[in-house]
Write a protein that binds this ligand. Structure first.
Ligand code: NAP
Length: 278
C-alpha cells in the first residue's frame, strides 16, 4: 500500500484526505492519505521520519510551507516562490531530501484553464501579499500576464512585486504594486482579478469595490469557506466570469496526485468529494 499525507498544524479540517482518497477509490489504487500534526520544532524529524517509513509523498500546509523549503530539494518554481506544499520521496535514497514543489501556483493556472480564461498578455490584479498571493503572482506572471499587486500593507505588495520581477526575467513588463486606495481603477482596467486575502472568509465582505467589476473580467477568489463569497456574487451580477476557491484547491491536489503517481487524476471524482464537504 502507498501512503501519502499532509503535514500541518492544525490539519483537523483539511479537505485533502477525502479529495485524494476519492481519486484512489476511482482508480482502484491501494493507497491511503493520512494527516500528521507535528510540533513546529519537529518539522525536520517529521520529514526524515516520513522518508524512513517509506511514505511516498506529503503535502505541506500552514505553518510549514516556508520552513520546509530548507529541508527539500526545491524545483525552480518552489524556490522562486519561497514555499513548498508538495514533497515527493520517490527519488530520495537514504539520507536524501525529498524534492519540493509548489502546486498552489498550478492550482491557480489550472483553475483558470478549466474556465477557459486566457492569462497570456492579460492585465491581472492580485489582491493580497501573503502565501496565497505569492503563489498566485508567480503563476500569473509565468503564464504571461501583466501583474499589479495590491495589498492593505503596501510595503508587502511592493516586496512581492519586486520578487516576481527579479525571479521572472521573461516578463515583458515589470509588476507594479501599491495599497488598496486605487484598487477600483486597477480593477476597472484589468482582465483578471484574484482575491488572495482572507477577506470574505469571516464576514460577508469583499476586498474589491463592486463598482469596479465588469463583464470582461475573470475573478478568482482563493477563499473557499464560504464557497460563494460576496466578491464572486458581485462579480457574477456584473457579468464577470467567476472561479471559486475550490477550483484552486482542487487543482493543487490534482497536480500533487499526478506528480506522485504519474497518472492522470480523476478530476471529476476529486471535485465531487471536495464539493460534498463545502
Ligand atoms: P496570509 O499569508 O495570512 O495573508 C493574508 C492576506 O490577507 C494578507 O495580504 C493580508 O494583508 C490580507 N488581509 C487580511 N485581513 C485583511 C483585511 N481586513 N483587509 C485587507 N486585507 C487583509 O494568508 P494566505 O495563506 O495567503 O491565505 C489567504 C486566503 O487564501 C485565505 O482565505 C486562505 O484560506 C485562502 N487560500 C486558498 C487556497 C486555495 O487553494 N483555494 C490556498 C491557499 C490559501 P496584510 O499584508 O496587510 O496583513
Amino acid at each position: 500500500m502507498d501512503v501519502f499525507g499532509l503535514l500541518g498544524n492544525p490539519v483537523g479540517h483539511s479537505l485533502s484526505p477525502p479529495m485524494h482518497e476519492a481519486a484512489y477509490d476511482e482508480l482502484g489504487l491501494d493507497a491511503r492519505y493520512v494527516t500528521f500534526e507535528p510540533d513546529p520544532d519537529d518539522l525536520g524529524a517529521a520529514i526524515e521520519g516520513a522518508r524512513a517509513l517509506g511514505i511516498a509523498g506529503l503535502n505541506v500546509t500552514i505553518p510549514f510551507k516556508e520552513a520546509a523549503l530548507d529541508r527539500v530539494e526545491p524545483d525552480d518554481l518552489a524556490a522562486r516562490i519561497g514555499a513548498v506544499n508538495t514533497l515527493d520521496f520517490s527519488d530520495a535514497g537514504p539520507g536524501d531530501p525529498p524534492t519540493g514543489h509548489n502546486t498552489d501556483a498550478a492550482g491557480v493556472r489550472r483553475a483558470f484553464a478549466h474556465h477557459d480564461v486566457r492569462l497570456a498578455d492579460r492585465h491581472a490584479v492580485v489582491v493580497g501579499a501573503g502565501g496565497a498571493a505569492r503563489a498566485t503572482a508567480f503563476a500569473l506572471a509565468d503564464a504571461g500576464a501583466t501583474l499589479h499587486v495590491a495589498n492593505r500593507t503596501a510595503d508587502r505588495a511592493e516586496a512581492l512585486a519586486a520578487d516576481v520581477g527579479r525571479a521572472t526575467p521573461s516578463a515583458s513588463t515589470a509588476p507594479t504594486a501599491g495599497g488598496l486606495d486605487d484598487l477600483d481603477d486597477r480593477v476597472a482596467a484589468a482582465d483578471v482579478v484574484v482575491n488572495a486575502t482572507s477577506v470574505g472568509m469571516e464576514e460577508d465582505r469583499s476586498p474589491v469595490p463592486a463598482d469596479a467589476l465588469h463583464a470582461d473580467l475573470a475573478v478568482l477568489d482563493a477563499v473557499y469557506r464560504p464557497l460563494d463569497t460576496r466578491l464572486l456574487r458581485e462579480a457574477r451580477e456584473r457579468g464577470a466570469t467567476t472561479v471559486d476557491g475550490a477550483w484552486m484547491l482542487l487543482y493543487q491536489g490534482v497536480e500533487a496526485f499526478e506528480r506522485w503517481t504519474g497518472l492522470d487524476a480523476p478530476v471529476d471524482a476529486m471535485n465531487a468529494a471536495l464539493r460534498a464537504r463545502l
